[in-house]
Structures are given as C-alpha cells and as structure tokens.
Write a protein that binds this ligand. Structure first.
Ligand SMILES: Cc1cc2nc3c(=O)[nH]c(=O)nc-3n(C[C@H](O)[C@H](O)[C@H](O)COP(=O)(O)O)c2cc1C
Length: 174
C-alpha cells in the first residue's frame, strides 16, 4: 500500500512495539533507496546506511544501546527485527547533517510502505565502544565511521499513535 507524500509527512509516527516477523526484502529495499535520495552536502553522498537483519547482530545492537543507556535489561529497539544505522566519516564536517536528512527520508519511506519505525538515540556511543569498532571492521567500514542515526524498523504491533498537538509559534512568517 502506497500513501500520498503529504499524508506520509504528517501522519508518520514513532512506533515502539514491533512484530517479530521480518519485513520483506522489497519493503527494505524501497526504504533504503528512499534514504539514498536524501540531500547531502555538496551532493557527496558521504554517509552509508547499514541495514541489519541478522537476528544475532540485531540482539547485539539492542544490548549495546541498552548499555549506553545504563539499563542493561532495556530493549531500546523495541523488538524490531531490522535496525538501520546511518553513519558518516568522523572527518566529514557535514556528516551529521547528511545522516539526519537521510534518517528523515528512511522514517517517512517506512511509513509510506506500511512499516513502523522509530529513530533511536545513542548509536554514536555504541560505535565508540570496542564492540562497535569490531562490528565496523566486520562490515568493512573504517573505524572513523560515526553512527548518527539508528532506526528500529518492522511491522507495528500497536495501534497507530496520535500526533502531539503542534506547539504555538512553531512557524514564523516574515
Ligand atoms: C534525534 C532523535 C532521537 C530520538 N531518540 C529516541 C529514542 O532513543 N527512543 C525513542 O523511543 N524515541 C526516540 N526518538 C523519537 C521521538 O521521541 C519522537 O520522534 C517524538 O516523540 C515525536 O513523536 P513522533 O515521531 O511519533 O512524531 C528520537 C527522535 C529523534 C529525532
């Protein structure tokens, strides 16, 4: 099911309960492709998007994020079967900005194809750890890659949340 662009931008919400069933390869590829068409500084496309679906690695990332959180029993990725990591080289001055723009595309694309998603914080610290650096090495990425955005992705296992009211003064027309 494909949704219209403005409806997607307005109605996408963070999902915090996921089915264990894995998403289809087609859904994953559609979301990832949308990420690669986000704007990047100078059009350099400096970031990389790592899509993790291997259950053991998903569990390891969940535990690593919980460790950064300081709550080893937490499940910060809410049981999502797929985790996306958007990373940029540390030396790239606009890397964080690029990754954020890509993250937005990924979240909106996920909703457009009927998936649930949630931006999950603390991925930068995850990849500063020895465990994180070992994963970068395993994935053939330089140690200088910094994860800016991580995303829990899967089929929602909860009703679609309502948006909070928008604050007054959000928009200033001059
Ligand atoms: C930079 C950033 C970090 C976030 N980190 C988390 C997080 O660690 N855990 C979480 O459940 N939601 C996280 N969120 C999701 C926000 O809580 C969510 O976007 C916000 O409450 C608004 O809800 P909505 O996405 O449904 O509109 C994060 C969002 C952003 C943009």
């Amino acid at each position: 099911m494909k949704k219209e662009a403005l409806e997607v931008l307005k109605n996408r919400r963070s999902i915090r309960k996921f089915q264990s069933r894995q998403i289809s390869a087609e859904e994953l590829d559609t979301v990832l492709e949308a990420g690669t068409y986000a704007p990047t500084a100078g059009g350099r496309q400096a970031p990389v998007i790592v899509a993790v679906q291997d259950a053991e690695t998903v569990a390891a990332l969940d535990a690593m994020n919980a460790k950064v959180m300081g709550n080893a029993s937490a499940h910060p990725y809410y049981g999502a079967p797929t985790i996306l990591l958007v990373m940029a080289p540390e030396e790239d001055a606009q890397g964080e900005l690029d990754c954020s723009a890509i993250g937005g595309n990924l979240l909106n694309a996920a909703y457009a194809v009927g998936l649930g998603s949630c931006w999950i914080h603390r991925s930068k610290e995850m990849f500063e750890s020895e465990e994180g650096k070992a994963l970068l090495k395993k994935w053939g990425l330089p140690e200088t890659m910094r994860s800016v955005c991580s995303i829990a992705l899967g089929y929602a296992d909860c009703p679609h949340p309502d948006a909070a009211p928008r604050k007054s003064g959000y928009i200033i027309k001059v």
